[in-house]
Unconditional design. Structure first.
Length: 281
């Protein structure tokens, strides 16, 4: 065979291989630039409904191998959204044609795993889509968080053996205040990435302490030098997340975490978070 013909044939073969590789990668909507790891993202604020969405994305061999869409809430006593829905407390099943929220969320997750298309945008003005069988819920929040997660650094492996959402609350209402505290801890790749500290009132007319404080009805701001309760509570939970483990937060005999800047309230969330995380060991 002529040397020039042989070289030309080799170049054509190489081009075919490259094109095939690109087609193979893009046929599933995948991103060849994805790096293996576990990624996390969440919304910054609670919505009007009281929920704040979170997404955990696992990448293996440059493909999305697992995804978990969930939510945490400022509603008194609420567990994570999937658990809340499974318990029948979310209430979507009463009017939804495609099932409760957790069922539809899993359909959305399955669609992403099948298509590998994090850039999915076939949604209407309400953020809903006909492309995902089994889901009539708004999906824009999910895809926004997936992309936010994939653009963030991977979550460094932490000390806990099991990922998930872990909840604990005090056994009794405080005899003087009428409140009992709760803690909901999110663990991703063995690391604490979020903590919701809230409180339940024995007064049925009151919402959670987070809501009462944020809406100006709790009254601490009038006397506290560090701000209203929900502001100080966030300072404590942020410290737990930064430390990666509530056991790293020192609580004094008076129940306060003196090392936490911006908080003078009793840090009940620390022992509650430790209790909640016993199931993650």
């Amino acid at each position: 065979m002529n040397k020039k013909i042989l070289i030309a044939a080799f170049v054509v073969l190489a081009a075919v291989v490259i094109v095939f590789s690109v087609v193979k990668t893009s046929s599933k909507g995948g991103d060849a630039g994805l790096k293996d790891g576990v990624y996390f993202a969440q919304q910054d604020e609670f919505s009007k409904s009281g929920w704040r969405y979170q997404v955990v994305v696992t990448v293996k061999d440059a493909e999305i191998s697992a995804v978990n869409w969930n939510g945490v809430s400022n509603i008194a006593g609420a567990l994570d959204k999937k658990a809340w829905a499974k318990m029948g407390k979310y209430g979507m099943e009463k009017y939804a044609t495609q099932g409760e929220w957790d069922v539809q969320a899993e359909a959305v997750e399955a669609y992403l795993l099948k298509t590998q298309d994090a850039a999915f945008n076939k949604v209407d003005d309400a953020g809903k889509t006909d492309a995902i069988s089994g889901a009539t819920i708004t999906v824009t929040d999910f895809y926004e968080l997936v992309n936010k997660a994939l653009k963030s650094p991977a979550v460094v492996k932490g000390p806990y053996a099991k990922d998930g959402w872990y909840y604990a609350e005090e056994d009794e209402f405080d005899a003087k205040t009428g409140w009992k505290d709760s803690s909901l801890v999110t663990v991703v790749n063995g690391r604490v990435v979020d903590v919701v500290w809230n409180s339940i009132s024995n007064n049925p007319d009151k919402k959670s302490k987070l809501v009462e404080a944020a809406e100006g009805r709790y009254g601490m701001e009038k006397i506290a030098t560090k701000g209203e309760w929900h502001i100080q509570a966030k300072a404590v939970t942020d410290a737990i997340v930064k430390a990666g483990d509530p056991e790293k937060i020192t609580v004094a005999a008076n129940g306060k975490a003196d090392a936490v800047t911006g908080a003078t309230i009793t840090a009940n969330v620390v022992p509650l978070a430790i209790t909640a995380l016993e199931s993650a060991r």
